[in-house]
Design a protein around this ligand. Structure first.
Ligand code: MTE
Ligand code: MO
Length: 373
């Protein structure tokens, strides 16, 4: 069993799949802290966790497949140490809501396939500059992990070279998460962090970086993590026609209360909490919440990364709001939507953004709760 030596995991994680291991925290746990504690950070593995030792660790740097340099851990640590705060979100986060529209394929994530952490490591742009990479001679930077499928193929993904070489994009070869060495599940000893970009490109257990004219040819870059029209079916889908998801769209979720909870009214009000985030470093400028299906919108208070620089808002924002409720009501429906700094807004319904892989699930979050007088 290739999964015989998997790391132990915190009991609070709700398991969505065991082999490979996929799990998320409850939504109330998620909004308890601005930085997600490592044991509660969602895990999305596609393959068995590779067993790696620091002293034997190597990272291969190649151009068009030809190795140029091999870095060991010590050499990587000599690069200028950078720390950023960034959320990582799976492209399938909130898929369980989209799956109510129509059947789809994928792990049934709730709102917890996201976490916010500090990531410390070397900047990818520094390592590539050292290698003498000419940005104009290539188009993509490909990454491989030490985790292998049964045929020996590694997990792989790529990002555009412009992103990889931009110092303002803050792409990190991370060896610490929340100030501690990376845990096994989150990519020990080194993983890629591409802030603002879909989780799938944040390659864990990094083994190889290849500068190329082409995108990664991996299944996860070519035949998965792409969006389609709601009318595309498994019979007529052509994966080569859609671009791979990179920067994520604006999204928010209600984390407290949860759908079908029974809650107490306090001084005629109920308290609602959640998170909001947008890809590409776009800041969350507002979260609107309604409990009368959009007749009245209430603006939530935001807790955000105050250190973030313009265009580099990689962190999520947590929000909370007190909604006045009519005492006569037994049940209330709550909706939330976020707006980012480009004035992108979430779409209202899942039916018009449905796609067969259940990705980019960023419609308004709508829940119903019972009121206890
Ligand atoms: N990297 C490797 N090597 N193998 C993987 O299976 N999963 C990807 C990405 N990097 C994956 C990987 C996906 S789809 C996501 S959403 C994130 O890692 C999850 O990161 P986490 O488990 O640290 O939360
Ligand atoms: Mo993912």
């Amino acid at each position: 069993d290739p999964y015989a030596n998997e790391p132990t995991r915190h009991k609070a994680l709700k398991i969505n799949g065991n082999k490979p291991f996929c799990a998320e925290p409850s939504s109330s746990l998620l909004v308890e802290s601005f930085l997600t504690p490592v044991p509660f950070f969602y895990v999305r593995n596609h393959l068995p966790v590779p067993e790696l030792e620091l002293k034997n660790y190597t990272l291969e740097l190649a151009m068009e497949g030809t190795t140029k340099k091999t870095l060991d851990f010590k050499t990587l640590k000599k690069y200028k140490k950078m720390t950023i705060t960034a959320a990582v979100m799976c492209g399938g986060n909130r898929r369980s809501e989209m799956s109510k529209v129509k059947q789809l394929k994928g792990i049934n994530w709730n709102v917890g396939a996201v976490g916010n952490a500090t990531w410390t490591g070397a900047r990818l742009c520094d390592v590539l500059k050292d290698l003498g990479v000419d940005e104009n001679a290539f188009n993509h930077v490909q990454f491989e992990g030490y985790d292998l499928d049964p045929s020996g193929m590694p997990y792989g993904a790529s990002i555009p070279i412009s992103k990889a070489m931009d110092p303002r994009a803050d792409v990190i070869l991370a060896y610490e998460m929340n100030g501690e060495p990376l845990s096994k599940d989150h990519g020990f000893p080194v993983r890629l962090i591409v802030p603002g970009v879909v989780g799938a490109r944040n390659v864990k257990w990094l083994s190889k970086i290849n500068i190329s004219k082409e995108e990664s040819q991996s299944q996860w870059q070519q035949g998965d993590y792409k969006g389609f029209s709601p009318s595309t079916t498994w019979d007529n889908v052509d994966f080569s026609k859609s671009p791979a998801i990179q920067e994520m769209p604006v999204v928010s979720a209600i984390c407290e209360p949860q759908d079908s909870d029974t809650i107490k009214i306090n001084n005629g009000k109920i308290q609602v909490k959640g998170y909001a985030w947008s890809g590409g470093g776009r800041k969350i400028i507002r979260v609107d919440v309604t409990n009368d299906k959009g007749k009245t919108w209430h603006t939530a208070d935001l807790m955000e990364d105050l250190q973030a620089k313009e265009g580099r808002y990689w962190s999520w924002s947590l929000w909370n709001v007190e909604l006045p409720v009519d005492k006569k009501l037994k049940e209330v429906e709550i909706w939330a939507k976020a707006v980012d700094s480009s004035y992108n807004v979430q779409p209202e319904s899942f039916s018009n953004i449905y796609n067969i892989r259940g990705l980019l699930c960023n419609a308004y979050h709508k829940i119903k709760v019972q009121l206890n007088q």
